[in-house]
Structures are given as structure tokens and as C-alpha cells.
Design a protein around this ligand. Structure first.
Ligand code: SF4
Ligand code: SF4
Length: 359
């Protein structure tokens, strides 16, 4: 289906839903639909990023396939979310290449070759490691240059995408966003209220808990990396750090959280009804979970093997997974939290305005 056909199909389904309104109260999406009489392309992107894909609506819908109306909101919104990631990301032309699993694998291979060549040129050997010291494989300056450039790429890709999306989903009559709107959106985001799943797919009840594992696991790993940078640059203590140090403990807890969360979400995906998913979004979601799982697993493996002779290759493989994750992040499902948070801020703002006007 082309972009134009997808938008037309989205508007058709929204008109049927707005006439029916059986699902009002299921989630934030339905109130946002009812607050409108007509739908712009940007409104569809807004609804799609509010949807948590719980499937309650489609299993309750009397107009779902095989009914001739063919109403299928979770499938529609999944396709619209993918389209919104492609539309708003910068730079856009690579989106189709890097949105799926093959894009990630090509990035891993590219990073592996790059790190091997750099190691050969700067250290005079490939994968050589001394005394468990990471910087004897790839120097601190090289790692700072590579990951500094990737951080800049990520900030530009996500930042421009967020700005374009926000500009589009607001309308001329939008009010100024208030601090309480942002706090309300943060509350909605952290509680993951509509990620609970549905009784029609028993495994989906676990989604929220596995998602917490991925989210908080990633935050702990990020905290571990920041603390390691502080120890290295401010306290001048070189990695590797003792197992009982906060850097390693945060890394282990975060890594296990990521591993369990990603494996759990991949398992939940096996039990979904494929008639309710968009195939492109389904594959892209799986690719993202595998990429996070590989980062976590290789990080824990590196910790186990850091004092052995294979530390060099394991370090290069782990860093390649991390670099590929960040390089593809503007295109992969990684960026969904940005669009979702912005949609929630917009929803909190609209909710306040409608409360004030008594609707
Ligand atoms: S999904 Fe079906 S039941 Fe729900 S509002 Fe739309 S048409 Fe009605
Ligand atoms: S799938 Fe769930 S979150 Fe998405 S629109 Fe339907 S009820 Fe709302």
C-alpha cells in the first residue's frame, strides 16, 4: 500500500470508528479521535503514536475482518507508526534500508571491519589485548571519536525527527504547552497504562513487565557508561573495573534486565494473532529487540571473558553491536519513545483544553 493509500484507508477507518464509538474509554486514542470531526495525515500519525498496540479494540470490534468494513485499528496504527518514523526522520533517504534487521546486520559488519582496521593501524595488530585492558585493543581517543560522532548523529536524527513530528501534530488553535501537560505525559509514559495486553492473547499480559525490563535495563546500562566515563576522565581510573564496583554492578543489573526483557518480548511476539499486525512493523520490532538482546548478551560475555585471551575479539564484537544499534537508531523502533512521549504531551494538552471548555 502506498503512503497516499495508507492515509486514505486510515481516514476511512477513523470515520467509521467516530460514528461507532464503541471503544471510547479503551485508551487515549479514542478520545483524541472523538475530539475531531475530520482527520489530517498528521492526526493519523498522532493517533498511531498514542496507540500501545494492546489489541482490545480489534477483538471487541463487530466490524473487524471478515466484516466488509475491515476495521483493524492496531494493524492500521502499526503501519502508520512505521510510516511516521520514515517521514519524520533525518536523513530520510536511508530509512527503508535501516528500518529492518538486515540494515542492522550490515551496520554490524561495517563497524566490525572499521574497528579491526583502526586496531591494526593504531595498535599495530588486530584484537591484541594486554592484561584485560580494553584500551590496548582500541585506544581511548579512538573510542571517544567514534562514539562521539555516533552520539551527534543520534541527537541530530532524533532531534530533527522530533521537531518535525511536533510541528505537524499541532494545529493553529493549539494552546501553549504547560509544565503540567509535560508532567501528565511523563506520568502516562512511565505507567505504560495501555500496554497491558488483552485476554484474547494471554501472553500479551506480560508485555508491560518485559517492557519495564528493557527500559530500566537500558537506563542502568547508560548510567554505568556515564559513571565509567567519570571514573576514567575525572578520577583517572582505567577500565576494567572490579566486579563489586558501581560501574560493573549497574552494568550487570542493566544487562540482565535488557536480556530478560528483550527475550520475553520476543517470546510474546510469537503468540500474537498475525491478522492484527502490520508485517513491516512486526519485523522491524523483532529486529530492534534482537539488536538490544545482542548488545546485552555480548556485554555480559565480555565481562565474563575480560581476563582471557579472547577479550580482544569479544570487545570488538560488542562494540560493533553497540555502534550498529546507535547508527540505525534514528530509523529503528528505538526512536518510538520520542514520538510516543510527544504524542502524550499533545494528548495531555488537548485533555486540559477540553476539560476547561467543559467537553
Ligand atoms: S474499532 Fe470497531 S468497535 Fe471500536 S470504535 Fe472502531 S468500529 Fe467501533
Ligand atoms: S490497540 Fe489498544 S491502545 Fe491501540 S487503539 Fe486499540 S485499544 Fe487503543
Amino acid at each position: 500500500m502506498s503512503q497516499g493509500e495508507l492515509m486514505e484507508e486510515g481516514k476511512r477507518q477513523m470515520r467509521v470508528c467516530n460514528a461507532c464509538r464503541y471503544c471510547e474509554g479503551f485508551c487515549a486514542v479514542w478520545r483524541a479521535i472523538e475530539w475531531r470531526r475530520d482527520y489530517r495525515d498528521a492526526d493519523l500519525a498522532y493517533f498511531a503514536n498514542l496507540c500501545h498496540d494492546c489489541k482490545e479494540c480489534v477483538f471487541a470490534c463487530p466490524f473487524a475482518p471478515p466484516h466488509e468494513f475491515g476495521i483493524n485499528p492496531p494493524r492500521l496504527f502499526a503501519a502508520l507508526r512505521q510510516a511516521s518514523y520514515r517521514k519524520y526522520v533525518w536523513p530520510g533517504p536511508f530509512a527503508r534500508v535501516f528500518q529492518g534487521g538486515w540494515g542492522f546486520m550490515w551496520a554490524v559488519i561495517g563497524a566490525c571491519i572499521l574497528f579491526s582496521v583502526i586496531s591494526l593501524v593504531t595498535q599495530g595488530r588486530v584484537f591484541g589485548a594486554e592484561g584485560g585492558l580494553f584500551y590496548t585493543v582500541l585506544s581511548e581517543a579512538v573510542l571517544e571519536a567514534v562514539f562521539g560522532a555516533l552520539a551527534l548523529w543520534l541527537v541530530c536524527g532524533w532531534g530533527l525527527g522530533a521537531w518535525r513530528f511536533w510541528r505537524d501534530i499541532r494545529t493553529l488553535d493549539s494552546s501553549a504547552v504547560q509544565v503540567r501537560d509535560i508532567l501528565q505525559a511523563v506520568r502516562y509514559a512511565l505507567s505504560l497504562r495501555h500496554l497491558g495486553g488483552t485476554k484474547d492473547e494471554p501472553l500479551s499480559r506480560w508485555r508491560k513487565w518485559f517492557h519495564h525490563g528493557v527500559f530500566y535495563g537500558f537506563l542502568l546500562d547508560f548510567a554505568s557508561t556515564c559513571l565509567a566515563a567519570y571514573e576514567s576522565h575525572i578520577l583517572h581510573k582505567q577500565a576494567p573495573y572490579p566486579v563489586a564496583s558501581p560501574v560493573v554492578l549497574l552494568g550487570i543489573i542493566g544487562g540482565v534486565g535488557l536480556l530478560v526483557g528483550c527475550a520475553g518480548l520476543l517470546y510474546v511476539k510469537l503468540g500474537v494473532n498475525r491478522d492484527t499486525v502490520d508485517e513491516g512493523a512486526y519485523q522491524s520490532g523483532r529486529a530492534f529487540l534482537w539488536s538490544m538482546l545482542l548488545v546485552a548478551a555480548s556485554g555480559l560475555l565480555l565481562l565474563l571473558l575480560r581476563k582471557t585471551s579472547v577479550m580482544g575479539p569479544v570487545l570488538v564484537i560488542h562494540l560493533s553491536f553497540v555502534a550498529a544499534l546507535f547508527f540505525t537508531a534514528p530509523y529503528s523502533k528505538f526512536g518510538h519513545f520520542i514520538y510516543r512521549c510527544l504524542a502524550l504531551v499533545r494528548y495531555a494538552e488537548e485533555e486540559r483544553m477540553h476539560r476547561l471548555s467543559g467537553h
